[in-house]
Design a protein around this ligand. Structure first.
Ligand SMILES: [Zn+2]
Length: 490
């Protein structure tokens, strides 16, 4: 649980993320079993409750105007009481009908077009009978009446949420970037590339593997792709994140005239462009899209790290115990009280401080406080100003002190603490394939690095027709250059 009203950074710090429970999915229980109770509490909170505030040492009025549940795509389905995202009617918002087999696929316009909306009224109708047997009106295109069950309304555990006036499953479940893009379409395309397209073409596979290996030398990407492509089955979201940025650049240059890859390459180019826009720098655009792949993923890591140190016989209990200990410590350090063995109310004092002082090692820090994590950027659009730039790094630079507000930025390469100038151009092939070309300006002019500030770090690792390729699939790059495209500066 997090506090929605805090700033993004505060909200994301481990100290402000509270662990409520882990429920083993047996004996008919699941995380969803908590909902009736949560909804009950929430209804009371909506009408304001008097609570004691230790900080203010008096009673205060607490109201909770916002409930925000974060969930991945399959969990969205559960929250809406729908069957899994692989079912025939998987969408929380409409009744698009999918099918399991390839023959007789409908035209592509069917899958991208609009469909009859799944409304809150439908969710309420579906919840009105215990067996999901009620008919949902005006949905069937064939005239046959369809029941809620036919339309993949399933489990009932989350029906309690519908009691909240403001909750509407059809509009409160936005598209979630990590699972829909990285673990959705990206995973599908990478699997198809390796399993279908390259399977019978070991020559191409070897060339692509070599190009990926070579890309580890790029100064433009702070995270490297160090996995073997053929191990695609065990890739995590963060591997796709790197792959999607570098694959398009490799495919359109190394394999520019390759007939075997010519069908799949445009898909990677489009996806690279989309991702470059979706995963833009969080500091500028701290949107919900970032949430899942940034801090939450890191919080999952926090749980996973703990799992490494236990025997995994009862993971739910072990995680619960660890977080319970941490919550108890937070409570004590925040000045909370507790009841001692002889029924006396106690608070922290000098002896607590002394005990901690004597025993404060890494182990205690980890177990009782849950080490605080840095607010790290894992989207590869990191704050480059703070980092020393090594040789062969390309970036968009500006003069640090310039009286002219409209002075144009330029593209340069770092070399021995100076920056060399590069000229940008385009070509019909580049326009279609989401990159720009760059060539060194013929004179030897350069500017000392310390007189410049960096506007945007670039990835220019590949070459095409003896010119450097500026990879616009790198997260943030397309966004940066799109305004220049629209001004027709390139
Ligand atoms: Zn839909």
């Amino acid at each position: 649980m997090k506090f929605a009203a805090l700033s993004y950074e505060e909200k994301s710090s481990i100290e402000n993320i509270h662990f409520l429970s882990a429920i083993p999915t047996k004996k008919g229980a699941s995380g969803m079993s908590l909902f009736p109770k949560i909804v009950e509490d929430f209804k009371r909170l909506k009408n304001r409750l008097v609570m004691f505030s230790a900080k203010d040492n008096k009673n205060v009025l607490v109201a909770s105007p916002l409930l925000w549940i974060e969930a991945d795509t399959s969990c969205h389905s559960e929250l809406c009481g729908l069957r899994a995202p692989t079912s025939m009617y998987p969408c929380c918002k409409c009744y698009v009908r999918l099918q399991r087999s390839m023959p007789n696929l409908k035209s592509s316009s069917y899958y991208t077009g609009r469909h009859t909306a799944r409304t809150k009224a439908h969710y309420l109708t579906a919840a009105s009978t215990s067996g999901r047997g009620s008919t949902i009106p005006d949905v069937s295109s064939t005239g046959n009446a369809l029941t809620a069950s036919d339309l993949c309304f399933a489990i009932r555990a989350t029906d309690a949420l519908l009691e909240l006036q403001s909750f509407d499953p059809s509009i409160d479940t936005p598209v979630e970037a990590l699972h829909n893009i990285l673990l959705g379409v990206a995973k599908y395309l990478v699997n198809d590339l390796v399993k279908v397209v390259l399977k019978k073409n070991p020559n191409q596979m070897a060339r692509l593997s070599k190009a990926l290996k070579d890309y580890e030398n790029s100064q433009g990407m702070s995270r490297k792709f160090t996995r073997e492509l053929r191990h695609y089955g065990s890739f995590l979201g963060r591997y796709y994140k790197v792959l999607l940025q570098i694959l398009p650049a490799i495919l359109v240059t190394e394999f520019a005239n390759d007939s075997i890859l010519s069908l799949i390459t445009p898909s990677f180019v489009r996806l690279g462009c989309l991702c470059s826009l979706v995963f833009v720098r969080a500091v500028r655009f701290g949107t919900a899209l970032h949430y899942e792949t940034k801090k939450d993923e890191q919080f999952n890591k926090h749980i996973r790290e703990h799992l490494m140190h236990i025997n995994r016989l009862n993971t739910s209990r072990d995680i619960c115990l660890k977080f319970a200990k941490q919550s108890a410590m937070k409570h004590i350090i925040d000045g909370g009280s507790w009841v001692s063995k002889d029924k006396m109310r106690e608070k922290y004092g000098n002896s607590t401080a002394e005990f901690l002082k004597e025993n404060f090692n890494d182990n205690v820090k980890n177990i009782l406080f849950g080490r605080s994590r840095d607010f790290a950027d894992n989207n590869d659009t990191d704050d480059i100003i703070a980092k020393a730039l090594c040789d062969n790094t390309f970036a968009v630079f500006m003069l640090k002190e310039s009286r002219d507000q409209h002075v144009r930025s330029f593209i340069g390469k770092v070399s021995s603490l100076r920056v060399e100038y590069y000229r940008v151009e385009s070509s019909p092939h580049a326009q279609v394939n989401n990159y720009l070309l760059a060539q060194r300006v013929s004179n030897d002019a350069s500017t000392p690095l310390n007189q410049l500030k960096i506007v945007c770090k670039l990835d220019m690792h590949t070459e095409f027709n003896h010119k450097l390729v500026m990879n616009l699939s790198k997260f943030g790059s397309y966004w940066f250059f799109v305004s220049l495209f629209s001004n027709r500066q390139y």
